[in-house]
Design a binder for this molecule. Sequence first.
Ligand code: ADP
Ligand code: MG
Length: 300
Amino acid sequence: MILKDLGEFRLIDRIARHIKLSSRSIKGIGDDTAVLRYTEKKYLLFTCDMLIEGRHFLRTSGGYLIGKKSLSASISDIAAMGGEPRFFLVSLGVPASLNLKYVDCIYRGIRDVAKKFNVDLVGGDTVSSGNIIVNIALLGEVEKNKLVLRSGAKEGDEIFITGFIGGAAEGRHLTFSPRLKEARYLARNFKIHSMIDVSDGLVADLGHILGSSKLGAVIYERDIPISKSAKNFKSAIKEGEDFELVFTMSRGEGKRLTASWPFSTRLSKIGEVCRRRKGMSLVRKNGKKESMIPGGYTHF
Ligand code: ADP
Ligand code: MG
């Protein structure tokens, strides 16, 4: 069998099956970040993301946006756990023929994001390679009582999403800003049952929440905020790299949240969590119900 037949998610499941953790690790493979034992009141969060030229960006996108995106994607994962990013390492693969200015731009992008979110670049690694590769490993922390996992959704929860989806193909995947302040507001002030950031597409990432929580859901086309630059509805809900937050909470908390949301970032209630055997379905604008298969962006 080749990787393409297995798919990215099943490959990760297969890796995870053979891993045994010590009691120092609270949560290993399977959420937006790992969750590790740390202090009496806090957990440590740990995540990495790799961007490869030709896959995630083109050289013509310019070093600045590539640098920005690499750190922003990892911050987005820390945000999805309810945490704060703190320290990161950068591993860089670059062709020997690359103009020095290009590398300067990558680091200017990284530094701008680091400054905005108050994270420290504390090291990394450099190798030569055919294509440009940027990998960021980011540590963060979260108060134990504010940690939000993918696995905590409950039947009857309302499902929310920040911002608009479907703009990635038009360049937003390079220019987005991680929803850290929104996530911290949510974690600090509300009982959020589950949360994820949208990197594989709304359907796949909501599917990750439902899979981990062993539940189903119904979402409504009329309530899903689609970016003006999206090609069409179907591609917008399946394409990845929106880096918006999808989260679930009780109806009561949902009401309190909609009444108090203080940000200009749009907040939309897009559906409800239901029993697993109902699966995941989409109610179209014409009222017809379609069953959804959570197969968003995967690398193979
Ligand atoms: P995200 O899109 O939130 O960054 P991924 O889909 O990349 O999450 O990863 C899902 C989970 O699988 C995470 O816990 C991640 O750490 C883990 N993971 C991904 N690739 C590997 C790998 N090659 N080896 C071990 N764990 C992996
Ligand atoms: Mg994620």
